[in-house]
Design a protein around this ligand. Structure first.
Ligand code: CP
Length: 310
């Protein structure tokens, strides 16, 4: 029985929680391949998508997920909300709750924004990315996509490459991967790896080529230019020379290594086009699975029932 009211991060998810979520995705994935991609599971429910930061994948997939479950989905973009007139986030959330939504999906540049809102309102909250903090649905769809290929998660070696310091995706993935018994190695420039991050149970290195041969999964991160201070890199060219995943690096990889990137991608800086398009890349599978993962999560948070797919 799934008992979580809010999904604020993966830090607080147990192995059982994660296994339940991933197992539930299986039964929702097929719905998106039907000629009529709609089931009545959340008919009569209202989902509010409250996004104060740009998003292509997360916002759209939550909207599609809600609509495929027959929920009424309301999209609110920060720049067109009354926050631009001075209303604060708590008042915005309280006013939206007064209209009786059943679930709110929140993305915000402030770390802790979703958790803060959850302390003021009763409506369930799913964190769709908060500042540097967490992006739990991204990590869960990543785990689902890895499990689809590798069957078991325990013992897999994952190498995560790039701008570790500014990434919420990496934090959610570390928590979830460690909970599932996976080994995580972080690779990036020293200026982009937080001090003492090893305390999260991960190992750290600075050279991509050293980490590649042992990797079952290589996850490339975006350079988070909007969250970086200056002077972390001497140049983008130097960064791409050292950390852009190219086919030359992959010559040393296992034949069945999986390549991931949460998107959006800076092509040719973080990953080369031929690697993006190679048969080892599951980047678009991540996006496809994001819809089913978010369907499953909304279903579970709203209590679940037995007729989920009819
Ligand atoms: N992966 C991800 O969060 O992408 P968006 O910013 O497009 O939602």
């Amino acid at each position: 029985m799934f008992k979580l009211k809010n999904i604020l991060g993966t830090q607080c998810l147990t192995e059982d929680d994660i296994t339940t979520i991933l197992d539930t995705v299986d039964s929702f994935k097929e719905i998106s391949t039907r000629p009529i991609k709609k089931v009545p599971t959340l008919r009569g429910k209202t989902v509010i998508n409250l996004f104060f930061e740009p998003s292509t994948r997360t916002r759209t997939s939550f909207e599609i997920a809600g609509k495929r479950l027959s929920a009424d989905v309301i999209n609110i973009v920060g720049s067109s909300s009354s926050t631009v007139k001075g209303e604060n986030l708590i008042d915005t959330a309280l006013n939206l709750e007064a209209m009786h939504p059943d679930i709110m999906i929140v993305r915000h540049a402030l770390s802790g924004a979703a958790e803060m809102i959850s302390q003021f309102i009763e409506c369930p909250i799913i964190n769709a990315g908060d500042g540097y903090h967490e992006h739990p649905t991204q990590a869960l769809l990543d785990l689902y996509t890895i499990r689809e290929s590798k069957r078991n998660l325990e013992g897999l070696n994952v190498v995560i490459v790039g701008d570790i310091a500014h990434s919420r995706v990496v934090r959610s993935n570390i928590y979830a991967m460690k909970t599932m018994g996976m080994n995580v190695k972080l690779i990036g420039p020293p200026t982009m790896i937080p001090l003492e991050i090893e305390k999260m149970g991960v190992s750290v290195g600075y050279y991509l080529e050293d980490a590649i041969p042992n990797a079952d999964v290589i996850m490339i991160l975006r350079l988070q230019k909007e969250r970086q201070s200056k002077y972390l890199l001497s140049s983008i060219r130097e960064y791409s020379n050292l950390y852009c995943l190219t086919s030359k690096f992959l010559e040393k990889a296992k034949d069945d290594v999986l390549i991931f990137h949460p998107g959006p991608i800076n092509r040719g800086i973080e990953i080369s086009l031929d690697v993006m398009q190679s048969d080892r890349s599951l980047i678009l599978n991540q996006v496809t699975n994001g819809v089913a993962l978010r369907m499953a999560l909304m279903y579970l948070v709203l209590g679940g029932n037995n007729d989920r797919t009819n």
